[in-house]
Write a protein that binds this ligand. Structure first.
Ligand code: 0A1
Ligand code: ZN
Length: 881
């Protein structure tokens, strides 16, 4: 394990390598505990580099077992090898030379799941960001690109499949029960995109004919027996390939595209060239075992990894500071894909919910960092929602500023200009400046300034002058390392709506640029006047969440209700309902804290129920409206001195009041939204299920007993309905005999399916209340619990720490202490996983003083432990700062 060296990497220190890598030729002789890796690397010294400069290669826990220069032995004084680096001197001044490096590594012992490891008897690799250096000594950085040849030798019976990037060259027997295969990837790539998979897997095959008529073989490899469960992933892959051709003109560029599903994986999936490796959670689905959310995730992640082929692989990052160059852009592309395949407004609502619940807390807490950071201690900790989701929002804003057509022209220029290169955010932005003539200097602050801008708005109508005056002000909060900030360029989509719901078009606008429906806020404060307004308008601001800000705009309940009823942008309707409801939830939390009665504004309840009952709206939209902000969302909005128990009581009370007022509507929806016929995962059917299960959750609030939820559980014929009913049983009636029986039934029915058992763990980990910790500890003693499996750990510990505020945050601090012990334990095996789960404590300063004190002590205990990984050290230090 890499323990902390305290070294910080700075963007300002970037410089190209001294040596240019021309070609890579790798030979793997696979063995579970002693895999021999021979790397033949051809380099030449870059022009103008000091002839005395040594070649320094990266390593991580490596042992050198052989080194040749142009096939000859090297005197030992010519090189220095440590586990972390190999330095070779007296190398040729101007001619190319070949280094042959041999290392022996132990895939079986690789519990970090970085580099070459074993999972379920399969050899597999994960090299992003710095895993390749755990395989061989190498210039392991994204700006070193080369074509790779890979030879794999392995026992044939155990490993009939030998896969790597690129196109298959050939294979043959190798004697002693072994065989070998050779692959060649002609597209120069950085080492983080290298992949190797070997083992015995089942396959689902198909083909795709590209827009220029080339046939590409498509293969998805899964555990034997799981082949039927990969059909949806294959369908999503073919739709992604087609969409990228139609929307961005991007064609696939190899003869074969492979996906391998593995059960031990630190993240969601990885875009290795031509050989994506996936967490099997994002490949396997059938109606009996996957929820609608699982199907949507599979579609999005298959698309995401495939889209990386152009945004990430063909054009890659110059250094890891540019991570958002590939991630923000590719998330934007996968969001657009899902919006086109499903419902655009519902997709946007889901994105914004996710952004607000995950990225906003990051951006307002101790882990806040710019979309394009300038320093890091551990790059693994920068695969964040800021880089991914805010990075996507920044890309979306460029598209908003330029308009769809110019944005596409800018993307075309980016692909043309930078194909085959490792580039920067500045290179990317320049393409859009060049095609539009717009100066994006101020806009680029979105990449450089951390924190969520706060925009304050107020409007006034002058009936005599027929003007509507909008005052806007922006405030950038201080974030770690950035005390003061400059005003940003904030593109706000907007509409003016008349009392009868029709759109009002101003005759002219002064005080700000308005292009189509986009108002440009560029100064710290701006007064915008809309002229020729015949009647008092209601302003809908930040339509479709065109900019990721906190908006303070004290609109009356009546105005919000009007937006919720008439806006043509359905995202804005949903936002208006949230804005109507949130003050009630916040007041309820304060009242619960004081022991006061909890009340709810009927205007909100009426508007919500009107949306729920409106058959002209998509069911999925109505389900989103009925899903009130979570307890964590309420805590974030309260902004400090938070008591999770009070928030829980408050939210439950409001839910109950909505349920009471809407019981007839919910009963009718529960009946009418039933889907008939064979299961289909399409968005419309999923929306009906979501609305029906939302109605069931409200009705169960009123029932006071689990009978209805139990009946729903018994009647369910797909995993969406089954897990929804089980969640209601467990979260609303945790002590009931029906819940105990259903949990047992669920466990026994799906005992053989790890992904479903993950759901079983997650549902129980989310049961609120102070006894949650004891339940978690009991679950950890069960035979199904597996410490080495990241999905299982995330299901149990991740759900507990991220999504159970009353259980995890119980008043005596036992939850925080427990997590600290677990983090220290996980860190010994898998630092990346430990660091990620630890980020659940990033908002500890928002807690009331007693809990905050307990949280701090637990964090200090981690911080004071010797031998922490760099990953955990980096997070704990920043959270405590
Ligand atoms: N590039 C992948 C995410 C990923 C990042 C790091 C990993 O291991 C540390 C694995 C995957 C993506 O964006 O999908
Ligand atoms: Zn990605």
């Amino acid at each position: 394990m890499r323990t902390d060296t305290g070294q910080i990497v700075n963007l300002a220190d970037y410089r190209p390598t001294d040596f240019v890598l021309e070609r890579v030729d790798l030979t793997f002789d696979l063995h579970p505990t002693e895999t021999k890796v021979e790397a033949r690397l051809i380099f030449h010294r870059r022009e103008g580099i000091d002839p005395k400069a040594p070649l320094v290669l990266d390593g991580d826990e490596l042992v050198l077992s052989g080194l040749l220069l142009d096939q000859g032995e090297l005197p030992t004084e010519q090189y220095v090898a440590t586990p972390e680096s190999l330095s070779v001197r007296d190398l040729p001044e101007s001619t190319p030379f070949e280094l042959t490096i041999t290392t022996v590594i132990n895939p079986e012992a690789n519990t970090q799941l970085m580099g070459l490891y074993r999972t379920g008897g399969i050899y597999c690799t994960q090299c992003e960001a710095e895993g390749f250096r755990r395989i061989t000594y190498f210039p392991d950085r994204p700006d070193v690109l080369a074509p790779y040849t890979v030879n794999i030798i392995a026992d044939k019976a155990a490993n009939p499949l030998l896969l790597s990037n690129g196109n298959f060259l050939g294979g043959a027997g190798y004697g002693e029960g072994k065989h070998f295969a050779a692959w060649f990837d002609p597209h120069p790539k950085p080492s983080y995109l290298f992949a190797l998979v070997a083992g015995d897997l089942g396959v689902v095959e198909d083909t795709f004919t590209t827009m220029s008529g080339r046939e590409v073989a498509l293969k998805i490899y899964v555990e034997h027996g799981n082949e039927p469960r990969a059909a949806y992933a294959m369908d999503a892959l073919k739709r992604s390939m087609k969409w990228d051709e139609e929307r961005f003109g991007r064609e696939y560029d190899l003869d074969i595209f492979m996906i391998v599903a593995v059960s031990d994986f630190n993240m969601g999936a990885m875009e290795n060239k031509g050989l994506n490796v996936f967490n099997d959670k994002y490949v396997l689905a059938d109606p009996e075992t996957a929820t609608d959310a699982d199907y949507a995730n599979i579609e999005a992640i298959i698309a995401h990894e495939y889209f990386h082929n152009w945004t990430g692989n063909r054009i890659t990052c110059r250094d890891w500071f540019q991570l958002c160059l590939k991630e923000g852009l590719t998330v934007y592309r996968d969001h657009e894909f899902s919006a086109d395949e499903r419902s655009r407004p519902v997709k946007r609502i889901a994105e914004v919910r996710h952004l607000k619940s995950e990225q906003f807390p990051e951006d307002s807490g101790p882990l806040a960092h710019p979309v394009r950071p300038t320093k890091y201690r551990e790059i693994n900790n920068f695969y964040t929602t800021t880089v991914y989701e805010k990075g996507s929002e920044v890309t979306r804003m460029i598209a908003t500023l330029l308009g769809r057509d110019l944005f596409k022209t800018g993307m075309d220029l980016y692909f043309d200009r930078h194909d085959g290169q490792a580039v920067t955010i500045e290179d990317f932005v320049k393409c859009f400046e060049d095609v539009s003539g717009r100066d994006l200097t101020q806009f680029s602050l979105w990449y450089h300034q951390a924190g969520t801008p706060l925009v304050t708005a107020s409007g006034a109508y002058d009936a005599d002058g027929k003007t509507f005056t909008l005052s806007l002000e922006q405030m950038m909060p201080a974030t770690p390392g950035q005390a003061t900030k400059k005003p940003m360029h904030i593109p706000l989509r907007m509409a003016l709506i008349a009392e009868d719901g029709t759109a009002i078009m101003p005759a002219s606008v002064s005080g700000a640029e308005l292009t189509d429906d986009v108002l440009h806020l560029t100064a710290q404060a701006q007064t915008v006047v809309f002229h020729g307004i015949q009647s008092r308008p209601v302003l809908s601001l930040n339509r479709s969440f065109s900019t990721p800000i906190n908006l303070q705009f004290n609109q009356s309940a009546a105005d919000l209700a009007l937006i919720a009823r008439y806006e043509t942008d359905h995202f804005a309707r949903w936002q208006a309902l949230i804005d109507l409801g949130l003050p009630n939830l916040l007041q309820a939390a304060r009242d619960a804290r004081q022991g006061n009665d909890i009340t709810c504004d009927p205007a909100f309840v009426d508007a919500l129920l009107a949306a729920a009952a409106d058959d002209s709206l998509e069911p999925a939209f109505r389900a989103q409206a009925l899903a009130l902000p979570s307890e964590a969302d309420i805590g974030r909005e309260l902004g400090g001195n938070n008591d999770p128990d009070a928030i829980h009581v408050a939210r439950r009370a409001i839910l109950k009041q909505v349920a009471e007022a809407g019981k007839d509507i919910f009963a009718a929806l529960y009946d009418s939204m039933q889907t008939t016929g064979p299961f289909s995962p399409d968005a419309a059917s999923a929306g009906r299920r979501a609305l029906r299960n939302a109605a069931l959750a409200y009705l169960s609030q009123l029932d006071g007993n689990p009978a209805r939820a139990k009946a729903a559980y018994d009647a369910a014929n797909n995993m969406t309905d089954l897990s929804a009913a089980l969640t209601i049983l467990a979260h609303q009636f945790p002590e009931s005999a029906e819940t105990a029986a259903a949990l047992e039934h669920f466990r026994d029915r799906f005992a053989e399916n790890a992904l479903v058992i993950d759901k079983w763990f997650a549902i129980q980990a989310g049961i609120p209340g102070a006894d949650a910790l004891a339940r978690i500890q009991r679950l950890m003693e069960t035979s199904q619990f597996k410490r080495t499996n990241p999905n299982r750990m995330r299901s149990l510990l991740g759900t507990f720490a991220f999504a159970n505020p009353t259980g995890f945050g119980r008043a005596d601090g036992a939850g925080y202490n427990f997590l600290a012990d677990e983090i220290l334990d996980i860190d010994q095996r898998n630092p990346q996983l430990a660091a990620r789960i630890l980020t659940s404590m990033r908002s500890w300063r928002l807690l009331e003083p007693v809990r905050a004190d307990h949280a701090r002590s637990a964090l200090l205990r981690i911080e004071r432990t010797a031998g922490l990984s760099t990953d955990v050290r980096d997070i704990v230090d920043r959270i405590l700062k």
